[in-house]
Structure formats: structure tokens, C-alpha cells
Design a protein around this ligand. Structure first.
Ligand code: ADP
Ligand code: ADP
Length: 226
């Protein structure tokens, strides 16, 4: 697993509106950091810059000691999971997961092996031949997680990954994702506006407000506050 650093990361949209303003933070190797804050404070923009989907105006992203701001999306090797997990409805579970490997060159047997391993990680091996509409919401989100993990990513980016699920399922999936992330030692940044979710899942919580980093603390430090 790798350490991730954001250094003075800034995004100005349309050369005027500063959505992310000079954000600096470090996520230790194998840690999960929650980016917490109200809607519009710049969380998703941070995540999209790390993913390579938005170009920073200035600043640097450093992964395992290497600056990656110039690295194209498909070479960043990041697993991504979003709220609208967007599975292909006409493809089976296994085909949906294999789609994560689309851009990479693997033999058929390597591909099948990787898909099987990813489905085992999320405990869906037995449902590989179903289509998404035959699965529950939680199972569908686990397929999307397997699709993110199948590339053996160097880090995981989660954007409100459980926002579409009801409360009890959400709480169950929070623990499942956290256990898996810890087991794989996968450095992870998760965007959320839910403080309880951040406290349940994160090693560190970074609170953003209006584009700026307001405070960074460990989940334990936040618990111990009066
Ligand atoms: P970059 O320098 O990364 O291209 P842009 O400011 O051009 O940043 O915007 C990034 C993305 O957001 C582009 O795909 C652009 O089309 C889109 N975009 C730009 N302005 C707006 C806006 N006001 N609302 C929604 N999307 C926008
Ligand atoms: P959050 O994830 O915390 O809700 P975002 O990063 O999505 O915040 O957005 C931060 C700010 O940047 C918001 O004011 C939003 O309207 C603005 N914004 C986001 N994307 C674009 C874009 N492509 N073009 C212009 N403005 C944008």
C-alpha cells in the first residue's frame, strides 16, 4: 500500500470560482481518510482531481512519493466507487466486473481468474451469472466494488458510495467495506457528508468548508471531544 499526499491542491473552475483552495493533507499507507463537509464545499472536486478526471489549477498529488498530476487517468490505477454504481443491466455480474479490465491486456484465463478473485473478495462468487436486476441494492453495490477492485488498484476512491442504500443496509456495508479495505491494506479516500459514516469507517477525518481544509483529526480524537 502507498502513502497519498495532496500538496497545495487548488481548482478554479472557469478561471474564477475557487472550488478547492490550497488543500494539503497526507493519507498514510493503508489508511482510510474521510473527506467530510457540506454540499458544495469541494469534496468531489478533490476526488476527481486525484482520479485524473479534473485537472488541478495548481498543486500536486503525490502517490507513493511520485507526483502524478501529469499521469493520465487510465495509468493511475485507481479503484473508484460512486453512489450511482451504474452497472450494465444487460451484462452478468461477472461481465460487469470484467469490464473493469476493459482497458488492459489480459488473456482470457487471467481475466477469468481476476474476476473470480474480485467476486470472492465481496462474497458474490455464487452470483456471477446473474444480471443486476436479480440482485439486491447491497449486492449491486458489491458488484461495483468488485469492479473497482479487479484491477488491483493502488488506491481506492469512494464518493458517497452508500448514499443510495437504506439505513440498515448502509450500516452493514460500511463495516463490510471497512473490513475489506483494512484486509487489503488499501489506501482510501472517501467523500461523505455523513459524520457517523466518517466516524464508523475512517482512520482520519478531514473537514472541508468552502473549498478549504478546516481541520484534520483522527476518528478517536473526534470521539474524545466533549
Ligand atoms: P478544466 O480546466 O479541468 O478543463 P473546466 O473549468 O474547463 O476545468 O471544467 C471542467 C469540466 O466541467 C469540463 O468538463 C467542463 O465542461 C465542465 N464545466 C465547466 N463549467 C461548468 C459549470 N459552470 N457547470 C458545470 N460544468 C461545468
Ligand atoms: P461537494 O462534493 O463538496 O458537494 P463539489 O466539489 O462537487 O462539492 O463542488 C464544489 C463547488 O464547485 C460547488 O460550488 C460546485 O457548484 C462547483 N463545481 C463543481 N463542478 C463544477 C464544474 N464542473 N464547473 C463549475 N463549477 C463546478
Amino acid at each position: 500500500s502507498v502513502e497519498v499526499r495532496l500538496e497545495h491542491l487548488t481548482k478554479e473552475y472557469n478561471n474564477s470560482f475557487v472550488a478547492v483552495d490550497n488543500v494539503t493533507l497526507t493519507v498514510g499507507a493503508g489508511e482510510l481518510l474521510a473527506l467530510l463537509g457540506p454540499s458544495g464545499c469541494g469534496k468531489t472536486t478533490c476526488l476527481r482531481m486525484i482520479a485524473g478526471l479534473v485537472d488541478p489549477t495548481s498543486g500536486e498529488i503525490v502517490i507513493g512519493g511520485k507526483p502524478i498530476t501529469k499521469t493520465p487517468v487510465h495509468r493511475r490505477n485507481m479503484g473508484m466507487l460512486f453512489q450511482n454504481y451504474a452497472l450494465f443491466p444487460h451484462m452478468t455480474v461477472a461481465e460487469n466486473v470484467a469490464f473493469g479490465l476493459e482497458m488492459r491486456k489480459f488473456s482470457r484465463s487471467e481475466r477469468e481468474d481476476k474476476v473470480r478473485k474480485a467476486l470472492d473478495l465481496v462474497k458474490l462468487g455464487h452470483l456471477a451469472d446473474r444480471i443486476p436486476s436479480q440482485l439486491s441494492g447491497g449486492q449491486q453495490q458489491r458488484v461495483a466494488l468488485a469492479r473497482a477492485l479487479v484491477i488491483e488498484p493502488s488506491m481506492l476512491l469512494l464518493d458517497e458510495p452508500l448514499g443510495a442504500l437504506d439505513k440498515s443496509l448502509r450500516e452493514q456495508m460500511q463495516l463490510e467495506i471497512r473490513h475489506l479495505q483494512q484486509r487489503l491494506g488499501l489506501t482510501t479516500i472517501m467523500v461523505t457528508h455523513d459524520q457517523d459514516e466518517a466516524l464508523t469507517m475512517a482512520d482520519q477525518i478531514a473537514v472541508m468548508r468552502a473549498g478549504q481544509m478546516e481541520q484534520i483529526a483522527s476518528a478517536t480524537e473526534i470521539y474524545q471531544r466533549p
